[in-house]
Design a protein around this ligand. Structure first.
Ligand code: BTN
Length: 258
């Protein structure tokens, strides 16, 4: 990855400072360590991760030289109740950037999966440092499968995951995609900090493939099956259960049934 090529395309504050590593345990962990001294909008980029972190304690497969592994350090000025909107903001930025750079029909599976042809192409892991009053720091970790050959994935993952190259049939410069993600993030982060929820949520709704479907969500030990009706102003998923009752869900593992 050539960081000069990324820097040359950066338009706003996000991505002005880039920390590049060949190999890390996890870019999110490095970003946490740097969070206090780094400028807001600083980005950690690695060529590979030894223990890339996925959501729900899973491992994010992170071989060298083919994919994108980045973590962005932000200090959002939002209330605790709006925490889910950080990931909503990041997923809108990533989906828009990927659509523009690759031409693929990328959609968002709630809360944060980036999907192409019904398979996962990327994911976002937001980790927070908070105190009683405010969010001190948000680390937005983004993993995108770009030029990986899907035969490199373990067999069970191959069924559910894809890459840009696998979808388009050709390799893409990762630098262009990273720069576009950072520029889009700059735009959507301003919208989040202005608490312009309407603009953010309506764009998320335009890009999602989750609403209007029958789904199952696993939340810890609980399993909820129902109709994905909407997301509320705080980014929570509103599920209509078979009983007709509504259930609000803030995070979980979601499968679309039909
Ligand atoms: C998910 O499970 O969908 C989230 C995956 C997030 C992976 C990225 S790769 C860069 C950053 N560093 C990590 O350790 N994880 C995130």
């Amino acid at each position: 990855m050539k960081t000069e090529d990324i820097k040359a395309k950066i338009k706003g504050d996000i991505g002005q400072e880039i920390f590049f590593y060949e190999k890390v345990v996890s870019t999110n962990t490095i970003a946490f360590d740097l969070a206090e001294k780094a400028k807001e909008g600083a980005v950690v980029i690695a060529e590979s991760q030894e223990k890339g972190k996925g959501r729900l304690g899973r491992i994010w497969i992170s071989p060298p030289g083919v994919n994108i592994y980045i973590s962005i350090i932000l200090r959002p000025e939002i209330e605790h109740k709006d925490i889910t909107l950080i990931t909503i903001m990041a997923s809108v930025a990533c989906a828009t950037a990927l659509r523009r750079t690759t031409g693929l029909d990328i959609s968002i599976k709630w809360p944060n999966d980036l999907m192409a042809s019904g398979k996962k192409l990327g994911g976002i892991l937001t980790e927070l440092k908070t105190d009683q009053i405010k969010i001190a720091c948000a680390i937005i970790g983004i993993g995108i499968n770009v030029n990986i050959d899907i035969t490199e994935f373990p067999e069970d993952v191959r069924e559910i995951a894809t890459s840009v190259k696998n979808e388009t049939g050709k390799p893409y410069p990762r630098e262009d995609i990273v720069a576009e993600i950072l520029n889009e993030m700059n735009k959507w982060y301003k919208i989040l900090n202005d608490t312009d929820k309407k603009t953010l949520l309506s764009e998320w709704q335009r890009l999602t493939s989750t609403l209007g479907k029958d789904i199952v969500v696993i939340v810890g030990q609980n399993r909820y099956e129902g109709f994905a009706e909407a997301i509320d102003d705080e980014g929570m998923l509103i599920l209509r259960l078979p009983s007709g009752e509504y259930k609000k869900i803030s995070s979980g593992d979601l499968t679309i049934l039909r």
